[in-house]
Design a protein around this ligand. Structure first.
Ligand SMILES: *[C@@H]1O[C@H](CO)[C@@H](O)[C@H](O)[C@H]1NC(C)=O
Ligand SMILES: *[C@@H]1O[C@H](CO)[C@@H](O)[C@H](O)[C@H]1NC(C)=O
Ligand SMILES: *[C@@H]1O[C@H](CO)[C@@H](O)[C@H](O)[C@H]1NC(C)=O
Ligand SMILES: *[C@@H]1O[C@H](CO)[C@@H](O)[C@H](O)[C@H]1NC(C)=O
Length: 269
């Protein structure tokens, strides 16, 4: 897993400063691509906002950060930074947390760990004061040895005429579901924002697909055009990754404990 490209690691990716927002939007898109979440879980991903997942014991997570099962147990605080100040955060949304399994998984169904309809964004934070929980937050519980699971939080805008699909109107526990079928059936808008974390229990007895590092110094910052919220629909962002030419700063994705190790140590080979 080590490569020449991993020689230096600068702890810059967690920074959430407004001036880096276009770069951070480009980086989260690259993480979703390079961890295989696009296209295996989401056919496309053009976020209108940056999503930050925060757990009390860990603070704000970096994209794809590895945390322990215990750390991911409490309901996280989810906050948003619109890609463009004219992006509206009003209207109703649906929040999901799904277990997209290990990189390389081709399972169509994913385990649902959180599904709440009618959440809103208040002061840039997810609010559930008038929401309907179908599946209340249930922290990750990957089988021991089953490898580094990607747990993905996704916020979709609900259309004004939103009606939950027939099989999702009563409280349900954690179970497998077809995410894209739900999105079609309930006419949710394009993904508004998403982020993910990695939780692994025990020593893997499976080998996840390898994931390419995200090299932020080579990303083209996302164009700050955007719309979304209020079920209005259209996604945004036109950035593309470019060919890596400089490995001054980067973050690996999908590497389980390796990632936590990397983010705390400067490696000189
Ligand atoms: C998406 O990820 C694949 C696999 O790592 C990589 O080959 C491709 O260049 C990436 N595309 C973009 C636009 O980043
Ligand atoms: C709202 O969030 C609180 C705190 O996380 C939780 O206890 C409550 O069950 C949630 N309500 C709904 C409807 O999801
Ligand atoms: C949001 O949901 C509430 C409760 O279902 C509903 O009364 C309200 O009209 C919805 N707002 C929008 C903008 O769709
Ligand atoms: C922000 O989004 C609005 C609405 O989509 C667009 O008109 C505007 O040009 C965008 N602003 C920038 C700086 O791109």
């Amino acid at each position: 897993m080590f490569s020449l490209a991993l020689l230096t690691l600068l702890p810059l990716v967690a920074a959430q400063s407004a001036q880096n927002l276009p770069l951070e939007i480009a980086a989260i898109k690259a993480h979703f691509n390079q961890s295989g979440l696009v296209p295996s879980l989401l056919p496309t991903f053009e976020p209108s906002a940056l999503m930050t997942i925060n757990f009390p014991e860990v603070g704000d997570l970096k994209p794809g950060q590895s945390i322990t099962q215990a750390q991911s147990g409490p309901t996280p605080t989810i906050s948003f930074t619109p890609a463009n100040s004219s992006v509206k955060l009003d209207g109703n949304f649906t929040i999901f947390l799904v277990d997209a399994d290990i990189p390389g998984s081709t399972e169509k169904n994913v385990n649902r760990h959180w599904l709440v309809n009618g959440v809103t964004v208040q002061d840039n934070k997810l609010s559930n004061s008038s929401a309907t929980a179908i599946t209340s937050y249930a922290g990750p519980g990957p089988a021991e040895g089953s490898g580094p699971h990607r747990y993905v939080a996704i916020l979709y805008p609900q259309p004004a005429e939103f009606v939950a699909p027939a099989d999702f109107r009563e409280p349900l526990g954690v179970n497998a579901m077809d995410l894209q079928q739900y999105v079609l059936d309930s006419k949710l808008g394009p993904v508004f924002a998403a982020n993910y974390m990695i939780v692994e229990v025990g020593t893997a007895t499976v080998t996840p697909s390898s994931t390419a590092p995200v090299i932020t110094s080579t990303l083209t910052p996302a164009n700050p055009t955007g719309s979304g919220g209020s079920g209005s629909g259209s996604g945004s962002g036109t950035s593309k990754g470019s060919t890596p030419s400089n490995a001054a700063s980067q973050l690996t994705v999908g590497g389980s404990a390796f990632l936590a190790f990397l983010s705390s140590v400067l490696i000189i080979a």
